[in-house]
Design a protein around this ligand. Structure first.
Ligand code: SLL
Length: 260
């Protein structure tokens, strides 16, 4: 360690792209029967991975080994699981389980000591059932779930390190992240897409790519326009109702006046 190592590089920010989330598959009746808990309906994996995927792989993300800056990932599962706090100290930073229900998973990332960074806490809603058009949770019959294929719910994030220590910065720059593909080779991750029917959502493994930011912006813009249109419609309706109310109030007043 040189004397410069513990000096912060002021004004510099460096980030590493990650994804966190889960993949889930429905179990066949035969698979369920073979489990110690036959009431479990799905097998799922929750993970923290590098954002880029291995080309040709059917795994979402995970091209890079993140252990050069992540020491530990803790997944806090639902209390119905034995030892719900799962500490994963080496890659892959993931937990695979079977179960029957969706729940919130607290994900805590501990960085290597050299980072001198606080742990980072993320929240992920474990998703087992296919995305629906309405967005309302809907549990499809087993045969539909099996046909629809794996369910994916992944969130892209960038871990930003501000004013990093020189030695940590060196470590990071020695491990540049695999760049995301510049063209979309696979369907958009479903949680970002306009979810289709169960059938349509059978799109294979999603992959994060550079254009997803522009796509997300487009979706937000569309949503914003929808909200404005709806607001205008409601405002017109409100004005109409207020006018009607005034009219009725006047009629009542006139009626009362005539009766007096
Ligand atoms: C629900 N609030 O009611 C959620 C809880 C719990 C999920 C879901 C298996 C645990 C075990 C399991 O899937 N727990 O092996 O007992 O939907």
């Amino acid at each position: 360690m040189s004397s410069n190592d513990r000096v912060r590089v002021r004004g510099l920010s460096i980030f590493r792209p990650i994804i966190y989330g889960n993949t889930a598959v429905a179990l066949t009746q035969k698979e369920r029967d073979a489990l110690p808990s036959p009431d479990h309906t799905h097998r799922w994996t929750v993970a923290v991975r590098s954002a880029a995927s291995v080309p040709g792989s059917d795994q979402v993300g995970g091209a890079d080994d993140l252990s050069y800056f992540i020491k530990r990932v803790t997944f806090k599962l639902h209390d119905t699981y034995p030892t719900p706090t799962r500490n994963i100290d080496k890659p892959p930073f993931e937990v695979t389980e079977t179960g029957w229900g969706e729940f919130e998973i607290i994900i805590r990332i501990t960085f290597i000591t050299e980072a001198a960074e606080k742990t980072m806490t993320l929240l992920h809603h474990l998703k087992l059932h296919p995305w629906t058009v309405t967005g309302e949770p809907e549990i499809p019959p087993l045969e539909v779930a099996l046909k629809a294929g794996p369910v994916h719910s992944w969130q892209y994030d960038e871990i930003v390190f501000n004013d990093p220590f020189q030695n940590f910065l060196n470590l990071l720059t020695q491990h540049p992240p695999t760049p995301l593909p510049k063209v979309k080779k696979k369907p958009v991750p479903f949680h970002l897409a306009n979810p289709g029917s169960f059938e349509e959502s059978k799109g294979g493994t999603p992959e994060f790519w550079t254009g997803m930011i522009a796509e997300e912006a487009e979706r937000l813009e569309e949503a914003r326009k929808k909200v404005i249109t709806e607001q205008e419609r409601l405002r017109a309706e409100l004005i109409e109702k207020e006018q009607e109310y005034e009219k009725l109030k006047k009629q009542v007043a006139e009626g009362a006046g005539a009766a007096a």
